[in-house]
Design a protein around this ligand. Structure first.
Ligand SMILES: [Zn+2]
Length: 562
């Protein structure tokens, strides 16, 4: 392999720019109508074709055999010289990352004063990493752009346009801006396939998927990884080879990761990380892959279509989509986001990754707040109705109703989202939808979770609280154990708590702390209860008290840890 693929297959025409049709169309049109501007700003992630587009523009402007549509021929001497980046009077490429300072700015200004080398030619300055230019350079450029010499075009390329907006707003306002898109995994795979077939080579589909995922939207990176793989030897490029070249973990290890989380086996974390290290896997790549995997799992669960999955990984995710609640996948992602930089920078990545995986494996599971409260509301509706009108439908219909109308919140397919009836057919229009205190108690762990999302402190505070009685708008609560400090804090945070409660219960609720020991349960247990055991106790109690809710809890698949 003499010339790098990324270079050999760099586009020569606007129409070859993958995914950037919106930019290509405008530039081509400008060339064909001779309405090319003096300054362009091309923004977007690395490797998506910004510099290439600038070169194609320069080719189109100077091509001897330009197509009437504005496309360069790509074959004439001018085109080839520009495309090859060989010494050229008409196209000047400047890497701002390495050309900074006053001298360059002055140089730039002096050089720009000369028109193109030949009549009818354009002089094109391509300035890469433009956000690195100094203030002096921008000032010089501003002067040029205020009175641009004929036939001179500036093309600025940057990954960080916001920096230019801050440091050189007056220049920016004189530029036509084009935002380049990230290239999706599908488009990258297609392009890799084209290149391979042009080279008479082959690759597994999974191999291309892995390369595309790693390239993260950049075509140049994708082609250079393919280059590296090809340099390893003859024959088909396999997924295994790509993993070896990139230090990626086998999909099997992701399956193992999900299993230890779902089955709550924190002990298995250590052997998993051992295997990752033995296999020479880059741990921060592994965690990035884990984040991608959780995102793809969430997409599957919420009815979207994830791209860039190998066949094996798709199979894995399908088998876990019902076993891990979307709320838990989301919390795992949040934990990882909090710690991501640490994992990348720490001197002991192994320990950091182990710690993160342990946190995942020991995560308290979400009890879906809406499900519990919905079940609770329904339960009290049923109870109220049976008390108020004895001649209403025969006994047992309540249970049937609960069975048929309580739906899981996890949609099995995007076409059939769960239907939550706005007003159940059997409820009278005047019936007030007041959740029972039992339902509120049962839903309390979920309320704690919601509060914890808002602030950890608030969540911890509410975990110490036990709902005692609901006399609207007042919700009387007690502390699980008398604690003056908590009582004061609760008073202070009452407004926030009331907001969460009102939103959760669907009506204005005020909070009142009453003294005494929690009622309802026989004897408050002396041991300090964990979140999970509280959850389980509440749920058990709640189920025992109301058979209709018991059925609902079954239908909802609420977890009781025995
Ligand atoms: Zn040409």
């Amino acid at each position: 392999m003499t010339i790098a693929l990324a270079r050999r297959y760099r586009p020569k025409r606007f129409s070859d720019l993958v995914v950037q049709d919106h930019v290509a169309a405008v530039l081509r049109g400008a060339v064909s109508r001779s309405r090319v501007g003096h300054g362009y700003l091309l923004t977007g992630p690395r490797g998506v074709g910004k510099t290439t587009a600038a070169r194609i523009l320069a080719m189109a402007l100077n091509c001897a055999r330009r197509d009437p549509s504005g496309e360069p021929c790509g074959e004439c001497e001018n085109c080839l010289r520009i495309w090859n980046g060989s010494a050229n009077l008409d196209v000047i490429e400047i890497d701002a990352a390495s050309n900074r300072g006053v001298d360059d700015a002055r140089d730039l200004r002096e050089r720009a004063m000369y028109a193109a080398s030949r009549e009818g030619h354009y002089k094109v300055y391509i300035i890469d990493e433009a956000h690195m230019l100094t203030r002096e350079a921008w000032n010089a450029l501003l002067k040029i752009l205020e009175e641009p010499p004929p036939g001179v075009v500036f093309v600025f390329a940057t990954t960080e346009p916001q920096k230019i907006a801050t440091s050189a707003a007056p220049v920016m306002s004189r530029l036509q801006r084009f935002d380049f898109r990230r290239i999706g995994p599908g488009a990258i795979r297609d392009r890799l396939r084209q290149v391979l077939s042009a080279e008479g080579l082959a690759a597994d589909e999974d191999a291309l998927t892995l390369i595309a995922r790693h390239a993260d939207g950049g075509m140049r990176d994708a082609l250079s990884v393919l280059d590296q793989c090809l340099s390893f030897g003859e024959g088909t490029v396999t997924a295994e080879l790509v993993r070896e070249v990139l230090g990626l973990a086998d999909d099997e290890l992701y399956d193992e990761l999900l299993r230890l989380v779902v089955e709550r086996q924190p002990g298995a974390v250590f052997s998993l990380v051992d295997r990752l290290c033995d296999a020479g896997v880059d741990l921060s790549e592994f965690m990035a892959g884990a984040a991608e995997m959780l995102r793809a799992l969430l997409m599957l669960q919420l009815g979207a279509e994830p791209d860039g999955l190998t066949e094996a990984l798709r199979g894995t995710l399908e088998s876990y989509r019902e076993r891990l609640a979307p709320g838990d996948a989301l919390r795992m992602l949040r934990l990882l986001a909090e710690d991501e930089t640490n994992i990348r920078r720490t001197v002991n990545p192994r320990l950091a990754v182990e710690t993160m995986l342990l946190r995942w494996a020991m995560l308290d599971r979400v009890v879906d707040l809406e499900q519990v409260l919905e079940a609770g509301k329904r339960g009290s509706r049923q109870a109220g109705k049976q008390g108020a009108s004895p001649q209403a439908p025969a006994e047992g219909s309540g249970a049937t109703y609960a069975e048929t109308s309580v739906t899981r919140s996890r949609p099995r397919s995007p076409e059939a989202p769960p239907s939550v009836p706005a007003s159940p057919p059997s409820a009278s229009p005047t019936a007030k939808l007041v959740p029972s205190i039992e339902a509120i108690r049962a839903g309390w762990p979920a309320i704690v979770v919601v509060a914890r999302v808002q602030s950890r402190f608030l969540g911890e505070l509410l975990a110490e609280v036990e709902p005692a009685e609901l006399v609207l708008p007042w919700l009387n609560v007690m502390l699980r154990e008398p604690n003056q400090l908590f009582a004061e804090r609760l008073e202070k945070e009452a407004a926030k708590v009331e907001e969460i409660l009102s939103r959760s219960l669907g009506q204005p609720v005020r909070l009142r702390l009453v003294s005494g020991s929690p009622s309802g349960t026989p004897e408050p247990k002396p041991r300090r209860m964990s979140d999970t055991s509280i959850k389980a106790d509440r749920l058990r109690e709640f189920r025992a008290k109301d058979p209709a809710l018991d059925t609902a809890a079954d239908a909802l698949d609420l977890e009781i840890v025995d």
